[in-house]
Write a protein that binds this ligand. Structure first.
Ligand code: UDP
Ligand code: MG
Length: 320
C-alpha cells in the first residue's frame, strides 16, 4: 500500500494537559503533514479541569483534522483510550501521550511497520529518567507479573503503539469495564513488531500517576488476566490446614503421653496470627475478583461524552 493512501488516526488521551496541546499538535503536524495525505488527530479530554478543552477546540476550529471527544468527567486513561478507539476512523491508529514523552519522530517507523504488514507496531522505551525507586519497582513488578499472568507483558511496552484497523476492531470487541490495555493489546495477538526508543521526561505539567493509582494499576494487571492469585490462596490454605492438622496431632499425642505441660502461649498466639493473616489475604484476593464481577455486572458505559466533533455514527469499520 502506498503511504499516501493510508488514513491515520492519532489518539491523544489528555487530562489537564493545557500546556501540551499546542506543542504536541505542532510536533505531530511536522511529522505528518508532508508525508501523510489523510490523518486526523483526536484529543480525548478526560474531564480536565484546566484549559485543555479550550485549547483543543481552538485548534479544531482552524484545523479540520483536529477532532475532540470530551468526556463528562475524569474516567481514567484506559476509558479515554477506549473512547478514542471507538471514534477513530483511520486504517491505522496510533495512541500516544499528550506530554511529548512519546517521541513524534517515531511515527514514521510505526507506519513503516504497518506497511510491512504488522498489525501492531509497539514502541518500547527504556527507563532512563524515571526515578530510581520507580524503575526498580517496575522491573520487580514485571518479573512477578511474568510468572503470574497468562498474556505476555513486557516492561517498557505501554500504550504508545500503532494498531491496524483489524487490531482496533479486535480491541473494541472486548467490552470489559476494568481495562488493562497493555494486557488487552497483548491478548488480541496479531503480528507484532517492536521498536525501541529512549525515554524522555515530561515536557510540561505533572504526571497524573500517584503512588496509589500505580498500585491500583499494578493490581489490575495481575487480576484482570488470570485466576492464579485465587489458586495461590487455595494452595496456601491447603498447606496451612495440613500443617496445623499435623501439629495438632503431634500435640495431642504428646498430651496423651506427658499430660498438659506448658500453657502454650507462643503456639496459640502464633497460629492465630498466622491463620488470621492468611485468611485476610485470601479474602482480599477473592474480594478483588468479586469487585470486578460487580463492576462488570452493572454494565455501565465505559465513559460518557460531554461533547464531540466526531459523530458516533461515522465509525469506520473497513476490514482489511
Ligand atoms: N491521562 C488521562 N486520564 C487520566 C490520567 C492520564 O487521559 O486520568 C493521560 C495524560 O493526559 C497523558 C497520558 O494519559 O496524556 C499519560 O499520563 P501521564 O503522563 O500522567 O503518565 P506517565 O507518563 O507519568 O506514566
Ligand atoms: Mg507522561
Amino acid at each position: 500500500m502506498n503511504i499516501m493512501d493510508i488514513f491515520i488516526s492519532v489518539l491523544i488521551p489528555s487530562f489537564n494537559e493545557a500546556e501540551n496541546i499546542l506543542p504536541i499538535y505542532h510536533a505531530l503536524t511536522k511529522e505528518l503533514s508532508h508525508r501523510i495525505a489523510r490523518y486526523e488527530i483526536i484529543f480525548i479530554d478526560d474531564g480536565s479541569t484546566d484549559q485543555t478543552i479550550e485549547w483543543i477546540k481552538e485548534l479544531s476550529y482552524h484545523h479540520p483534522e483536529v477532532k475532540y471527544v470530551a468526556l463528562t468527567r475524569n474516567f481514567g486513561k484506559e476509558s479515554a483510550m477506549f473512547a478514542g478507539l471507538k471514534h477513530a476512523r483511520g486504517d491505522a491508529v496510533i495512541i500516544m501521550d499528550a506530554d511529548l514523552q512519546h517521541p513524534t519522530s517515531l511515527i514514521h517507523s510505526l507506519i513503516e511497520g504497518y506497511e510491512e504488514g504488522y498489525d501492531q507496531v509497539i514502541a518500547q522505551r527504556d527507563r532512563a529518567g524515571d526515578s530510581f525507586v520507580r524503575s526498580k519497582l517496575s522491573s520487580l513488578y514485571y518479573a512477578v507479573l511474568e510468572k503470574l499472568v497468562d498474556v505476555e507483558l513486557k516492561d517498557g511496552q505501554g500504550d504508545f503503539r500503532l494498531l491496524s484497523r483489524r487490531a482496533v476492531n479486535a480491541v473494541l470487541q472486548i467490552s470489559e469495564r476494568n481495562r488493562f490495555s497493555k494486557g488487552l493489546f497483548s491478548w488480541i495477538g496479531f503480528h507484532q513488531k517492536v521498536i525501541k526508543y529512549d525515554n524522555t521526561t515530561r515536557k510540561a505539567g505533572v504526571s497524573k500517576w500517584s503512588i496509589k493509582k500505580l498500585i491500583d494499576y499494578g493490581i489490575e494487571g495481575v487480576v484482570s488476566f488470570n485466576h492464579k492469585p485465587l489458586r495461590i490462596c487455595l494452595y496456601t490454605g491447603i498447606a496451612t490446614l495440613l500443617l496445623s492438622l499435623l501439629s495438632i496431632s503431634i500435640m495431642f499425642v504428646r498430651i496423651l503421653f506427658n499430660g498438659i505441660a506448658v500453657p502454650g502461649y507462643f503456639t496459640t498466639i502464633s497460629s492465630v496470627l498466622f491463620l488470621g493473616g492468611a485468611q485476610l489475604v485470601s479474602l482480599g484476593v477473592i474480594g478483588e475478583y468479586i469487585g470486578r464481577i460487580y463492576v462488570e455486572a452493572k454494565q455501565r458505559p465505559h465513559y460518557l461524552i460531554e461533547q464531540t466533533n466526531v459523530g458516533e455514527d461515522v465509525i469506520h469499520v473497513k476490514e482489511q
